[in-house]
Structure formats: C-alpha cells, structure tokens
Design a protein around this ligand. Structure first.
Ligand code: ZN
Length: 84
C-alpha cells in the first residue's frame, strides 16, 4: 500500500464512462469528452485517482510539487506527454 495523502477531492470528479478523474471546474471529461453527470463519491474519486497514480507514478510528483499550478495544469502536462 502506498501512502497517498488525501487530496482535496472536492475539486475532483470522476467520469462515469471511462473513470478518469477530472477537475470540477472542467465542463467535460478530458479523456472521452463526456459532458453529462459525473461521479462525485469521494471514495470512487480517490480510487480512480490512486489507480491513475499507480499507472503513472510521476503524476504524484506533479501533484505534490511545491508550487502546483493546479489540477488542470498537470492534466494538460500529462496528456501532452502521454497522448501524442
Ligand atoms: Zn470520460
């Protein structure tokens, strides 16, 4: 078990289609583009987030960096390096 500090999950939501976590402020899922209702159950969001971190541990470094630019910034960074 890794020790994942609790994030402020209030600012996150989970896509019901692809289970990606998105920022609350973003209108649609950044993975699949879903724009409907999102899951906001704290345990589900945390679980998805943990799974994401397990797949890509460097994300953790990004979100725990001393001066995080916020969730949207790291999402952009991650998908720029991973996507294309
Ligand atoms: Zn999605």
């Amino acid at each position: 078990m890794h020790t994942s500090p609790r994030l402020n999950l209030d600012s996150l939501k989970r896509c019901p289609l692809c289970e990606a976590v998105s920022a609350e402020s973003s209108p649609s899922c950044f993975v699949c583009g879903w724009e409907g209702a999102f899951d906001r159950d704290a345990e589900d969001v945390q679980a998805s987030f943990d799974a994401l971190i397990e797949q890509c541990p460097e994300l953790w470094h990004l979100v725990t960096a001393p001066k995080p630019r916020g969730f949207r910034a790291w999402v952009r960074k991650v998908f720029r390096s991973e996507g294309r």
